[in-house]
Design a binder for this molecule. Structure first.
Ligand code: AGP
Length: 368
């Protein structure tokens, strides 16, 4: 029950929560960005400078979309703090008797703070002496109480089963964490400033993307009729593709696969044809040329391409393009996610699905 929190004039909670993201990520950043020294203040971590400098690895755990946001987080930490980092589903981690290492910072992600697999993984880590912080939305939740410290998202209640605003706030929280870890290591003041300024631009840029809602609704109606869709991206674009496929599956029940664009030729290219369109995440970064080559390979096999990126490609390479504003390359995944949320939402509406309460799913999975 959403209590006093209503849809605020929107047709669904999901659309409300997608539309709130300029404000919700602003709250995640509020009071945490330092313009003078280009650092992030994260008092909730309960960690002194010596400890902050001591970690040799970062391991991120979470389930579903929380795990995909953790993949974005791992890339941010490796790029900005140059600490080896990776993400794993908490549901797998807890069952494989992981080596718990005293020099690793463990990060548990959860919107609800009540996901049983993630909670059980945190408890297992603590039993074995692991240092665990949380990135959590629900204040005072079970995971928030269990961890040694953390970052609250302050995104407000998320009612729709499909996570949207918690996802982008988690990615922003990881940018803050990466900045924090980076600035006591190798990250230069100039790069620190570049990221602080980039973060400040995000809310306005999300608002810009939201104005393309009608266009994206039309594209959703065009593509939602297909039984299956492929989502591809390289490196920073790959977790975005995974989250885009997850959103589409959850709320529209259209089958979707996500692959690194680089892996297509190792198998899934066999699926590509007129009946299987591809959503391609093509940021304007150092991998642009590689991604454009992939689009050509898809089109040669008769596959339709819906590209999400920063500029119109050669007309031969994509059937449709959603152009979004550019930010610093490290922060691009946050903006690239927004059109995919809208695409999934409008596909679900077009197919007359139960948008806020998709079949078979619960908002938080508090059982084994
Ligand atoms: C997201 O759209 C999903 N409903 C699901 O994958 C979710 O992210 C996952 O179950 C984790 O939930 P949590 O963040 O509350 O722990």
């Amino acid at each position: 029950d959403a209590g006093h929190y209503d849809t605020g004039g929107y047709e669904h909670y999901l659309l409300k929560e997608i539309s709130e993201q300029p404000e919700t990520i602003t709250r995640t950043m509020s009071g945490r960005l330092d313009e003078r020294f280009h650092v992030a203040h994260l008092g909730g971590l309960n960690m002194d400078a010596r400890e902050t400098r001591s970690f040799r690895r970062v391991k991120i755990i979470g389930c579903g979309s929380a795990y995909y946001s953790g993949q974005i987080g791992a890339q941010l930490i490796e790029e900005l703090a140059r600490i080896p980092a990776d993400a794993e589903p908490a549901s797998e981690f807890r069952y494989r008797n992981p080596v718990v290492d005293p020099d690793t910072l463990y990060v548990a992600i959860s919107q609800s703070g009540e996901t049983y697999d993630t909670l059980a993984a945190v408890q297992e880590l603590k039993r074995k002496g692991g240092r665990v912080i949380g990135i959590v939305n629900a204040v005072g939740s079970a995971i928030a109480r269990e961890v040694d410290g953390g970052i609250y998202l302050h995104a407000g209640p998320e009612v729709s089963v499909a996570s949207t605003k918690a996802f982008t706030s988690t990615a922003v929280a990881f940018a803050l964490l990466a900045l924090h870890l980076g600035r006591v290591r190798d990250l230069s003041p100039a790069d620190g400033r570049r990221i602080v300024d980039g973060l400040r631009r995000l809310p306005g840029q999300i608002a810009d993307i939201l104005t393309q809602g009608d266009k994206i609704a039309e594209l959703a109606r065009k593509y939602a009729g297909h039984p299956s869709m492929m989502f591809v991206g390289r490196v920073r674009g790959y977790p975005v593709a995974r989250e885009g496929a997850q959103k589409l599956k959850e709320i529209s029940y259209v089958h979707a696969e996500a692959y690194p664009a680089s892996e297509l030729k190792h198998g899934p290219l066999a699926l590509i044809g007129p009946e299987m369109p591809t959503v391609a995440i093509v940021p304007d970064d150092e991998l642009l040329d590689k991604n454009l080559t992939t689009l050509g390979e898809i089109r040669t096999r008769g596959g339709q391409v819906l590209m999400v990126g920063h500029r119109e490609p050669d007309a031969k390479l994509a059937d449709d393009v959603i152009v979004i504003p550019k930010n610093e390359v490290e922060l691009d995944p946050i903006l690239l996610t927004i059109p995919l949320q809208l695409l999934a939402y409008h596909a679900a509406v077009a197919l007359d699905r139960d948008v806020d309460k998709p079949r078979n799913l619960a908002k938080s999975v508090t059982v084994e």
